[in-house]
Design a protein around this ligand. Structure first.
Ligand code: BGC
Length: 722
């Protein structure tokens, strides 16, 4: 076991659901929840596929879970040696965040099951499990492995028309209901013991049954090779899945594991932050990086990452602003090709954003708040279910959270500024920025008697206050988008013909003038004693402590926001909003302003979203107060190890991993504690190490150069790396 191993010994249902997230194995193509092999769907096991969505009847569209091809169950003398069926003598499970190897060790008395498994970082479609049975009594052992079709779905079922094939490589294939996408799971096994082999096909799947007699002390070992393909990947997914399983069986478990580990070693080399001085913090940061790295779309060049990663179907497997504002920074500084993939996804889904803007009567690009394949909007008008009436509540995230288009433009410009590479802007990025700016032109409210341009009826990052006017964060993002659009002419000053051609193609002549006109007129927020008002009228709301608002709840799962929520009429906010603006535009604001806003807003913030704490931590570092950042950093970095994120919004289950916190942990370490930032195309550091950390060292790529940042209490340096 390496120092990056996290273990747990619980196995009740609640703990198992949490462990499914904490011990997730993933490779960007799929996520295998960290649940023991024999689990049926009531324990929430899943192989969640990235970028494959389906809608069942009128339920929410969500990602598809594949038939489970690492399913295995053990019987001794016909009795199930399985959690849920038999109380184990002992049980431990865990994951090594160094190489993504999940392990479990469960002693049932007559048989102890030990296994280790991984989702291959070297072979996109491969999952492997090595299972060892230690026998304490004489009797008959049955190893029941195969492909389970007992699939955990939140809004399913999604798979129909199942087809089965027995043989060396078992196969289950099915099609999704909505788009008829074929999903194929295959499985091969390499057992080191002689056994009688039969097959069983049932409603719950296709299984291979290996039976043999054992004596006390016998150890049976089998390697299981699973593969998943869909018709989005290849023309013949079933054949591809079977072929991969067979090939990997021929190669052997040890070789597959070596290749997987080598791939992880390379990822660590490019991205790992070494933190010295506090072992818990080092483990938390490592776990965070593991989680975010494990769900990066390395197999695709235009795909993004869902808000709950690949830990299941929560949040409809959709892409939020989390991608651009929270995941993107780690990737752009460490593995820019992944940052490119996240942004290409937005470039390719521009048609969806144009369509959405038009549907609301606007021009330009209004990106989906919860984006699925093709930029399709996954967010419904009723995104929360009231715990009292059980009725869906009208929410406005979909139609009013317009900052999403600005967040995307922000990341596109950051990509250019950090990498110095404008090819992404040429390949559609400039077009996206221009269309986002055009959306903001058409969304502006101009007045006959006032020069200031308002943005009315919006929702800022703090979702508890809906339909507000002039949310400071949103207005700042809009200005940035407009400025970025205007800046494009300068960026392409040596390619003026190309840029003018693009403006002509987009019929942008009048909008270009409007950009110039509007950009400097966007309403500025009210500032009182240095505190920026979150939106017009915010200061007039009831100003009471967070605990008072909490005490008004009638139900622990009650939703705080919206028309009837306890927070809406008060100044209590869900997550960083003004502070998020200060974190993203630190150069714009003097330190006194950051200090005044931090002191005002932090006590008024519920941190009810995993996107909140890191923004406060970043701004605390900016203030030179890393001691204020420490607890927020620890909360951010350990959220998925502890499994302590929010699990419910109203009646909706929102549990899973928290990639935004994972990215936030990297941001606090690199951009906060080390103070990394770009200035005129060059990286700079402004370290603010908290007393708990003695040394931080991490690789970055900036301006096309591979560099290493090292910071100690007394010095900091950016060297060339590799
Ligand atoms: C947050 C959003 C976030 C979403 C997905 C919500 O709870 O308020 O800002 O984008 O979760 O992480």
């Amino acid at each position: 076991m390496s120092k990056w191993t996290l273990c747990g010994s619980g196995y009740d249902r609640e703990q198992t659901v949490t462990d499914g997230n904490r011990f997730l194995c993933a490779n960007g193509y799929m996520g295998l929840r960290g649940v023991f092999e024999e689990a049926d769907s009531t324990w929430f096991p899943a192989i969640t596929l990235s970028g494959v969505y389906d809608q069942y009847q009128d339920r929410w569209r969500e990602p598809v879970n594949a038939p489970h091809c690492l399913y295995a169950r053990v019987l001794f003398n016909g009795r199930a040696m399985a959690i849920g069926a038999l109380e184990p003598v002992s049980h431990r499970a865990g994951i090594d965040y160094g190489d993504g190897l999940y392990h479990r060790d469960t002693d049932f008395g007559p048989v102890a099951i030990r296994s280790e498994r991984f989702v291959s970082m070297a072979e996109t479609h491969l999952l492997c499990d090595r299972i060892e049975l230690r026998c304490a009594e004489a009797g008959e052992v049955t190893l029941y492995t195969g492909i389970s079709t007992d699939i955990w779905d939140i809004n399913g079922p999604h798979l129909f028309d199942f087809g089965y094939q027995q043989g060396e490589a078992l196969l289950v294939r099915a099609v999704t209901g909505e788009k008829r996408i074929t999903v194929a799971s295959a499985q091969c096994i390499q057992a080191d013991f002689a056994a009688e082999e039969t097959f069983e096909q049932q409603d719950a799947g296709l299984f291979r049954v290996l039976r043999c007699r054992v004596r006390p002390g016998d150890v049976l070992c089998a390697a299981i090779f699973g593969a998943v393909y869909t018709s989005q990947d290849v023309a013949h997914p079933a054949e591809a899945a079977q072929a991969l399983c067979r090939a990997m069986k021929a190669r052997g478990f040890a070789d597959c594991l070596t290749a997987h580990r080598a791939a992880w070693a390379e990822i660590s080399r490019c991205s790992e932050v070494h933190l010295e001085g506090d072992d818990d913090a080092a483990l938390g940061l490592h776990a965070s990086q593991y989680h975010l790295n494990s769900i990066a779309p390395r197999h695709a060049d235009s795909l993004s990452i869902p808000a709950r990663g690949l830990s299941g179907q929560t949040y409809k497997g959709a892409i939020f602003w989390d991608s651009e504002i929270f995941f993107f920074p780690m990737f752009v500084y460490t593995q820019p090709e992944i940052a490119r993939s996240l942004l290409r996804y937005r470039i390719e889904t521009l048609p969806g954003a144009l369509k959405k803007a038009a549907a609301y009567g606007f021009r330009g690009a209004f990106y989906a708040w919860e984006s699925q394949e093709g930029g399709e909007e996954g967010c419904t008008n009723f995104n929360v279910v009231d715990v009292f009436t059980h009725r869906p509540v009208r929410t406005y995230f979909r139609d009013k959270q317009i900052h999403i288009s600005g967040d995307i433009a922000y990341a596109l410009r950051s990509y250019y500024e950090i990498t110095g590479d404008r090819s992404l802007l040429e390949a559609g990025g400039a077009r996206v920025i221009l269309e986002c700016a055009r959306f903001f032109i058409s969304r502006a409210c101009c007045h006959a008697d006032r020069a200031a341009v308002d943005y009315a009826d919006v929702i800022g990052p703090d979702e508890y206050h809906e339909r507000v006017t002039n949310n400071a964060f949103t207005n700042r993002m809009i200005r940035h988008t407009m400025e970025s659009a205007l800046l494009l002419r300068e960026i392409f000053s040596d390619r003026a013909d190309w840029f003018d051609g693009l403006l002509r193609e987009l019929d942008y002549g009048r909008d270009w003038q409007l950009l110039h006109d509007l950009c400097g007129r966007i309403a500025q927020p009210v500032v009182r004693n240095g505190v920026i008002e979150q939106f017009d009228g915010y200061f007039a709301l009831e100003d009471c402590p967070l605990d008072t608002v909490r005490s008004r709840l009638c139900h622990p799962r009650e939703y705080w926001g919206g028309d009837h929520g306890v927070a809406g009429v008060t100044q209590i906010i869900k997550q960083a909003d003004v502070i998020a603006m200060l974190a993203l535009f630190p150069e714009d604001f003097p330190l006194e302003t950051i200090a005044a806003n931090w002191a005002y807003y932090e006590p008024r913030t519920e941190h009810g979203s995993s996107l909140s704490a890191c923004m406060y931590a970043l701004t605390a570092c900016r203030l030179g107060r890393p001691e204020l950042a420490w607890d927020l950093f620890m909360r951010t970095a350990t959220i998925d190890m502890k499994g302590c994120g929010k699990e419910w919004a109203g009646e909706i289950y929102i549990g899973g991993t928290h990639p935004a916190s994972n990215g936030g942990a990297w941001m606090i370490a690199a951009l906060g504690f080390a103070g990394l930032r770009m200035k005129n195309g060059q990286p700079e550091i402004h370290p603010h190490l908290p007393e708990q950390i003695t040394r931080l060292s991490f690789p970055i790529v900036a301006g096309g150069r591979r560099l290493r940042v090292t910071v100690t209490r007394d010095w900091g340096v950016i060297d060339s790396d590799f």
